[in-house]
Design a protein around this ligand. Structure first.
Ligand SMILES: [Zn+2]
Length: 694
């Protein structure tokens, strides 16, 4: 008897306890084969195209393949054993090839187009209309309608871009790994907290060296820049960190220029003015020009607060005997001033935030405000003993909306950070409501000895944030999975997550869970007040930094990239490449200058290691961080006004935004809840306060 491969089991809950590395290759290969067979079948179908045999059939295939492969990518992020990595790497090229071939499948595109031009399609309304239009757009944006030659060139450009982006991030990794500094004299580390010092000592020992080993990964860099009193040591680490990949073996300058040129070319092939216009067309912001205007408006409004913060820093610097603030002084001064002014350390709050209390408090907030009940359930099919499983119900109807796993503690084989992922997208079906399935993960300090897992306030925010994404997924009531839950525009997707963070700053909400893990005492008022007072500390400085990155990102892709291409004009060569690499560096320096304390800050910009723009997905989209903050701060004003636990307000939010996915234009959903377009004032008040306020 052959056993069913657990990846293909198809039950609602995934048999994580049964999936092993040996299942990956046969399971994924079979899933890809079946998906390809389905696609081939529906592409050559000569019957009259209908919603069901053309669009829904394609969706079902894509959904099912995603559901079969996601458990593997998930396990790669939470239990990456060498066996699993090997198995995954063996099938990864086939997975990538499947997804990149799909929109370029001519027969499939003709079938979708035939349906789009049919009478049935002409009569579509609502979600089906929107989904069909977006499906057609996706094919067009991938280049499906281009003449053969242009299609060929586009494919070439995309392959080259993928390789350049990969080599960009590899260079960053390698340059980071290549640096080490052994500190022999402990006095040089004065000011650095015990935990990172201890780690540095242990790392030196691991390599058979005496002293303290400093490296350029962020957990090593941060405590030095923030706490180390030795200015020269700060300088050495800062300069090494900022100038990674500027020359030598891992030089990224030429790669920067090439990536910019190719992105611009891809946009032109597809008929767009520039790369930002191509990228932002299907985002809320709509175009490069609107993104630029969004940044410029906030820059103007933030400027007075930035100047206030700079003046504060200068004054603090002089009390410490520094006549001039250098780039390697900023983080140190900020941290020192925060402590002087508010006597607040992240660690002071930890005892009040045991993880179990935080989760129960979060569930209670969600029950009171939005009417969802969350219950834990003991199940066996888990990937690790720390993992817990919960179900979400509509508190009024008792209907089960979804299930989710939580996995909060670090392990060697688990990746860093916190995230949410979706396994199954349910929603209304002819036979009833199909529940959703998802997961939230984090890397919090685990319980140790006599005390439970205790979170910093920032980690409490993270818990609420990821849970916001999860709710967006698990409470979706959209009929078409591809338009449901978190499958929304990038500059909209962070609204439901960031919105949840607001509750962690409200006394009434904190009182549900912020209790000392030993004494049971509520978070003392005096501590709460300091926490609130410190919330906007250096808000102008921090916001201007975000704005500088967003502004320079748009300028690089919208202004510099077309210029670089014009200069090249069909000619290539190492000399031109290297002079263009320098041109990108100079452009960065010039454009960061208006945001910088002095030219030295601008000179030490980090474009050569800026993975977000050159290896990740934030190219021409860095603005979206602040964009979604504008939305969440604004939406929360209605909760503030009507009551943070007001069930009616909560229900209106679920109805207009949370359950609606991408079923309508996000601008319209926003207006449905707020009665007007977004207003950045709420964000400015939250992050910056008013001038003169401490
Ligand atoms: Zn998020």
């Amino acid at each position: 008897m052959t056993k069913i491969n657990p990846l293909l089991a198809g039950d609602f809950r995934i048999p994580f306890d049964k999936i092993e590395a040996k299942h990956v290759k046969p399971g994924v290969e079979q899933a890809l084969r079946e998906a390809q067979a389905d696609i081939d079948e529906l592409s050559v179908d000569t019957s009259r195209p209908t919603w069901d045999n053309a669009i829904a059939a394609l969706d079902r295939t894509v959904e099912r393949l995603g559901e079969r492969i996601t458990p593997v990518t998930h396990l790669m992020s939470v239990s990456e054993t060498p066996e699993l990595r090997e198995a995954y790497n063996a099938v990864l090229p086939a997975i990538t090839a499947f997804w990149s071939r799909l929109p370029l499948n001519e027969a499939l595109w003709q079938r979708v187009k035939a349906y789009a031009q049919s009478d049935e399609a002409a009569g579509l309304q609502g979600i089906r209309r929107r989904h069909l239009d977006k499906t057609v757009r996706d094919f067009e944006r991938a280049g499906a309608d281009l003449p053969a030659e242009a299609k060929g060139r586009l494919e070439q450009v995309r392959i080259e871009l993928a390789q350049l982006q990969q080599s960009f991030s590899e260079n960053v990794l390698d340059a980071t790994a290549a640096f080490e500094l052994i500190v022999k004299d402990e006095k040089r580390l004065a000011g650095v907290p015990e935990a990172p010092k201890h780690r540095a000592r242990a790392r030196a020992k691991e390599r058979g060296k005496k002293g303290w080993l400093l490296t350029l990964d962020y957990p090593s860099v941060e405590p030095i820049l923030k706490h180390c009193r030795d200015r020269e040591l700060r300088q050495e680490i800062f300069v090494a960190f900022a100038t990674r990949c500027r020359d030598g073996d891992f030089d990224n300058r030429v790669t920067l220029a090439r990536i910019l040129r190719l992105r611009d070319e891809s946009a032109e092939i597809l008929g767009y003015d520039d790369f930002p216009d191509y990228t932002l067309e299907d985002r809320m912001v709509g175009s490069g020009a609107r993104a630029v205007a969004f940044e410029a408006d906030l820059v103007a409004r933030t400027a007075p607060f930035w100047e206030r913060d700079v003046a504060d820093l200068r004054e603090h610097a002089s009390t410490l005997g520094l006549s001039k603030i250098e780039p390697w002084d900023a983080a140190y001064l900020i941290d020192d001033l925060r402590r002087t002014r508010y006597q607040l350390d992240d660690e002071d709050l930890r005892p009040y935030f045991p993880l179990t209390h935080v989760l129960n408090g979060l569930f209670e907030v969600v029950r009171r405000t939005f009417g969802f009940r969350i219950e834990e359930r003991e199940i066996a099919e888990l990937w690790h003993e720390d993992v817990r499983y919960f179900e979400i119900f509509d508190d009024d109807s008792g209907e089960m909306l979804g299930g989710f796993y939580s996995d909060w503690f670090p392990r060697v084989e688990k990746r860093e950070g916190a995230w949410m992922n979706n396994f199954r997208t349910g929603g209304p079906r002819p036979e009833g409501f199909a529940p959703h399935l998802g997961v939230i993960c984090g890397n919090f300090t685990p319980p140790s000895g006599d005390h439970p897992a205790l979170l910093t306030h920032r980690e409490v925010e993270t818990t609420f944030h990821e849970f916001g994404h999860l709710l967006h997924h698990c409470t979706s009531r959209v009929e078409v999975p591809a338009r449901a839950g978190i499958n929304v525009a990038w500059d909209w997707v962070e609204l439901p997550s960031q919105l949840m963070e607001n509750w962690t700053w409200e006394r009434e909400a904190l009182d549900l869970f912020a209790r000392h893990y030993e004494t049971g005492e509520l978070l003392p008022d005096e501590l709460f007040k300091r926490m609130i007072a410190a919330r906007r500390f250096m808000g102008g400085w921090a916001q201007m930094r975000q704005l500088s990155l967003g502004t320079v990102d748009l300028a690089l892709h919208g202004e510099l990239a077309p210029k670089l291409r014009k200069e090249v004009n069909g000619q290539h060569g190492p000399d031109l490449d290297s002079s263009q690499g320098d041109e990108v560096m100079r452009f960065g320096e010039k454009r960061f200058a208006p945001f910088a304390l002095d030219p030295r800050f601008a000179h030490l910009h980090m474009l050569t290691s800026f993975n977000h723009l050159f290896a990740g997905g934030y190219a021409a989209a860095y603005y979206s961080y602040l964009w979604s903050e504008v939305l969440d701060a604004d939406v929360f004003t209605r909760f503030k006004r009507e009551g943070i636990f007001n069930r009616e307000t909560g229900a209106a939010y679920v109805e207009a935004i949370l359950s609606r996915g991408d079923s309508e234009d996000p601008d319209d959903l926003f207006v449905e809840f707020m009665g007007r377009a977004p207003d950045p004032e709420a964000l400015l008040a939250r992050n910056l306060g008013t001038i003169g306020e401490a």
